[in-house]
Design a protein around this ligand. Sequence first.
Ligand SMILES: Nc1ncnc2c1ncn2[C@@H]1O[C@H](COP(=O)(O)OP(=O)(O)OP(=O)(O)O)[C@@H](O)[C@H]1O
Ligand SMILES: [Mg+2]
Length: 261
Amino acid sequence: MDGIIRFNEAIDQALAESVTFYSAQVDQARNLFLGMLGHDLRNPLHTIQMTAFYLAALNADAKVSEAAGRLINSGRHMQALLDDLLDFNRTSLGLGINITPGDVDLSQLCAGALDQLRPANPGRRIDLEVHGDTCGSWDSKRLQQLLGNLVRNAIKYGAPDAPVYVDLNGDTAGVVLEVRNSGPVIEPSDLDRIFDPLKRGSDNENNRDADGSLGLGLYIAREIARGHGGSIEARSDENETVFTVRLPRSHYIEYETREQL
Ligand SMILES: Nc1ncnc2c1ncn2[C@@H]1O[C@H](COP(=O)(O)OP(=O)(O)OP(=O)(O)O)[C@@H](O)[C@H]1O
Ligand SMILES: [Mg+2]
């Protein structure tokens, strides 16, 4: 009898190990497929974007310039979706988000990024206010991606007639970036889970947007903040919804200094 029980337990364990192994292989194959698809879509998208810039530069007539402008904006949006998808893919494969730091003035970076976001959202006020020293060692592309995700959310989920405010405050510890909007309150139960991958607020959970939102923007934003040794948090009440990003001026210098102590 004992022998049969041991035999059954061994079979159960072997089955459980096989299922775990098999599902890990399926996950890996799906992630590799998504990564390759995202990667290969970049080349044709790049050609579409270059053609749109070429058409816009022709200064042909108002209709052509308008159509080229729409192509440029949609191309930028598609690029942002692909970037988020590829980053999610990298983290799923255990590769993490790569950060390449360089000298950055965050106030200039934000001003430039907001100039690119305004034409896609005509009629929306997006204000930038800067205090203190906003220079540091960060990955400029990654911070543009982070800011873009937060501002696009504020425009999309905030009250349609209310401005979006971007504030930068430099102090000795680093720089604090805040993106604020008024509008619907994020429920306290949603405040933490919206940073999880593929999670959307309860209002949007089952809602498939025309623009293909996946629920990845805040997850990527948090990975980028953490990759710089920083953090991101959200608070929301009837007055406003605020996303606060804290960035040490230089993650790597701080780390090296700590190591030497
Ligand atoms: N400023 C905001 N005001 C109200 N709700 C917000 C705001 N920003 C984010 N949310 C909520 O958090 C959820 C998750 O945001 P996230 O940016 O991660 O995904 P998404 O916008 O749904 O999709 P994606 O960014 O991948 O296109 C959103 O679906 C929305 O419910
Ligand atoms: Mg988003």
